[in-house]
Write a protein that binds this ligand. Sequence first.
Ligand code: D5M
Ligand code: FE
Ligand code: ZN
Length: 497
Amino acid sequence: MGPRMREELLAFVSERGTLLEPDAVEFLLSQHDPIASLATFLRSCHETPFVVTLHDVVRAGEIGRKAATSVRIAVAPKAIPIPVTIPASFARLGEDASDRDPNVRILRDITGRSTCEGTLEDFTRYFRHRFQVLRGMLRSRRELAGAQEIAKARRSTREVRVIGIVADVRTTKKGHRILDLEDEADQISVLLPADSAIAAEPVVSDEVVGVVGTVNDRGLLIAVALLRPDLPSATRFHGAPGHVRAAFMSDIHVGSRTFLDEKWSKVSAWLAGEDEIARSIRYLVVSGDVVDGIGVYPRQDEELAIDDIYGQYEALARMIGALPDRLTVVMLPGNHDAVRPAEPQPAFPQSIQKLFDSSVIFAGNPSLLSLDGVRVLAYHGRSMDDLVSAIPGMSYHRPIDGMKAMLRMRHLAPIYGGKTPIAPEAEDHLIIDEVPDIFVTGHVHSVGVDQYHGVVLVNSSTWQAQTPYQKMRNIEPMPARLPIVDLSSGAAIIREF
Ligand code: D5M
Ligand code: FE
Ligand code: ZN
């Protein structure tokens, strides 16, 4: 389908005051009548959604399963251009952000609260805490009411419900999946039959799941249902009064030769300019990898433009200092930054904080923030590397899928012992305990906005071009995109620079 159709489709979308996810655009353009397909979907909604996802349009009405499969294959491997259609209402409703005082609180992070020494007792205590909290969430699910301890369930001849942490997961030659589930006292092997839908469910090590099934005469639990803590089905977006916006960045990688300084100048000038949307942005959340760091990977020195760690933060401090005063910046570390690599990571040390204007607020990774009362869970996203390796079909190009998986598991970094180093703190700070209004990650150098059970999802792009390492691994970044979320409605847009 030609560029005319694309334009018409985007114009239609903008007229309706909604946005189309890039995958959804490509999908619709592969349909016989893209606008009619979209209109059918919109008619089926009670309210116009702020973003229409691939999932939405695939499910909508007459669109067959076959088409969905072929499109998934067609769009998966390459980066897709983001349509920069901004609904007129987004610009019109904006409120001047300089009219009110900023209201930022860090509700939760590890800074100053680390207790971990890495002893064996620390590990045991850490996993017990993870298990108990997530089991508590699972127990409140109707399907798992009355869940039994594994030791008791294994002797039952009736249908049982158990909750355990996944110690191992494997696939048999016949395509069955076997989970080894553990609770505090016992363990059991669970079979997800090859011919059932649950066998296709991705399960990862160290997540906590619930199983309904029957134990056979060999002590194997044959599952009929697999349950995750997940989010309640409809969470309400707790909007702030007034249409003030937050913008999201990450992975600036200052100090790298591939840092995109021209793109940075563009976004910086736009933020300081007269654009109505720019003027409505009050908060800028920066979710890690703010500089490229030193010695993060082998032979990094060959790719550095600034080879001094303080020099990198000083350059960043100048860039942040040049942003307009109405912006309150909240900054987290990532895996390239100068704090301990193990998660949860504390906020930057004083030696780095003092390089910045006093208006910058430093938080740990992850952290739960409140911006005008809107709860933002910000996490750099290192665990995406492990999810991409563990879950078939998961891709660096679709970080939103990984974020939804995290929400279903109610955990930011379920897999222990992979690429994501995790410090065994007394409590598991990587559990998604409270349901946020906005969930943001970075790290994968892609971009996306979506929602899941009422939570706005944001993946916050990068300001670094493709690195030689990413080229080798065929990771195509989508740099210089700025996701912006309206803190009153939860509506989200992506602005490209
Ligand atoms: O990560 C930027 C992107 O590059 C992200 O998609 C992960 C990928 N990446 C980087 N290093 C590795 C390693 N060692 N293994 C797998 N994937 C990797 P950043 O944190 O900016 O380096
Ligand atoms: Fe990065
Ligand atoms: Zn990173």
